[in-house]
Design a protein around this ligand. Structure first.
Ligand code: BGC
Length: 385
């Protein structure tokens, strides 16, 4: 039996207002209770399960979701799982035992939570899959995320821009190369990694086919390119191995496709240790606009990143959760579109609300990240939160 929490019209209005307020919080917002609860959903508790605190984005996501829910009068149990699957399972088990009304989960391994989700279903707890699709279960209600295929397209496009093959609008500039590139992918147990890769490869494939791009290592399969748990050290090691295996003949790697800023920093360190230096540093892409990488982009060592506004994703998760608890069909916000075709989790096509992402280059850091209040200029300058 599904529990219902009744929200009044006033609660709906208060949601709209507080979501707007929540959007001003910045990536480093603390998630403190902001008050202003309508009281209509009083007593509700939401369990928010995030994968790790080693990456800034998940801290920002967790805090923004917490703040948005608390503004609606919910109690929030926010947990980070240290990128450890048993820890996440245990934390969710505990949330269920403690009687949460609803769950918002960004899974470490998208296939590892089936028994928890069955228990949630049996207890009438609604579940929102947050950013990463939870797979192989019928027991989730909705998915909120970014257009993940498009993120991959943007990553590859920015690599092509960095190499001078296309301009920022995607117009061909006539460069014939050949350019030596290497390709990195994310963690294979994260459904997103496959979407990012597919978007990127579809964009790069014509240039690989024509010989404008060459992957000298020959490692063009996602299983060869993948970095388990998206780890920086593992990425650094793989880049070092690639340089040894394919570039000991004096040739140079001229660009690297990276799916995440932490991986990018590992790649950049490996390149620097091998003697690569400005002004001839190969373009390296990224994702998440982590503050340390934004500084590297300012310095010219990382070429680009993809900005996914975690404040907007948090708003989306709050809005969906409130609708579910009120027994209503969630509606897209001004930032999202409803997609009912793309995200097959192996059991069903999960209705998804998708947000847009932006490519960050050195010259639009201010407009995308500072003017929007995501970071302060001081944080950007220092490269620290
Ligand atoms: C997220 C990315 C993030 C990556 C590593 C993915 O699921 O969509 O934004 O870079 O995980 O944390």
């Amino acid at each position: 039996m599904r529990r219902k929490i009744y929200l009044t019209a006033a609660a709906g209005l208060s949601l709209a207002l507080s979501l707007a307020a929540c959007s001003g919080g910045g990536a480093g917002s603390t998630g403190k209770t902001t008050g202003g609860a309508s009281g209509a959903a009083e007593g509700g508790t939401v369990g928010v399960s995030m994968p790790t605190q080693t990456s800034e984005r998940w801290i920002a996501d967790g805090n923004a979701v917490k703040k948005g829910l608390e503004a609606q009068g919910f109690t929030v149990d926010l947990q980070f799982a240290n990128d450890d699957i048993p820890t996440q399972s245990q934390q969710i088990d505990q949330m269920i035992t403690q009687g949460v009304d609803s769950l918002i989960i960004a899974a470490i391994d998208g296939t590892a939570l089936s028994s928890q989700l069955q228990a949630a279903k049996d207890a009438g707890i609604t579940v929102v899959s947050y950013d990463r699709l939870i797979r192989d279960t019928e027991n989730i209600n909705y998915y909120v995320t970014f257009d993940n295929y498009q993120v991959g397209v943007q990553q590859a496009t920015s690599l092509l821009v960095g190499l001078g093959i296309v301009d920022r609008d995607g117009k061909e500039l006539g460069a014939t190369g050949p350019f030596n590139v290497e390709l990195f992918a994310g963690s294979l147990d994260d459904n997103n990694a496959h979407f990012f890769w597919q978007g990127a490869i579809d964009t790069l494939q014509p240039y690989l086919d024509s010989g404008v791009l060459v992957v000298k290592s020959g490692q063009t399969d996602i299983t060869q390119a993948a970095i388990i748990r998206w780890q920086q050290e593992t990425a650094q090691k793989r880049m070092e191995d690639l340089l040894t295996a394919a570039y000991s003949d004096g040739s140079k790697v001229q660009g690297v496709l990276s799916p995440y800023d932490g991986i990018s920093r590992g790649i950049i360190t490996a390149l620097q240790n091998a003697g690569y230096a400005l002004p001839d540093f190969p373009p390296v892409t990224g994702q998440d606009a982590e503050i340390a990488s934004v500084k590297l982009i300012n310095e010219g060592l990382q070429f680009s990143t993809i900005f996914k506004d975690t404040r907007k994703l948090a708003d989306e998760a709050v809005s969906v959760t409130l609708a579910l608890l009120a027994g209503e069909d969630p509606k897209p916000t001004a930032n999202s579109v409803l997609d009912t075709k793309t995200y097959d989790n192996g059991v069903f096509i999960v209705p998804s609300f998708l947000l847009k992402s932006d490519i960050v280059y050195a010259d639009n850091i201010t407009s995308l990240l500072v003017d929007t209040g995501y970071f302060t200029q001081d944080q950007v300058d220092r490269g620290q939160m």
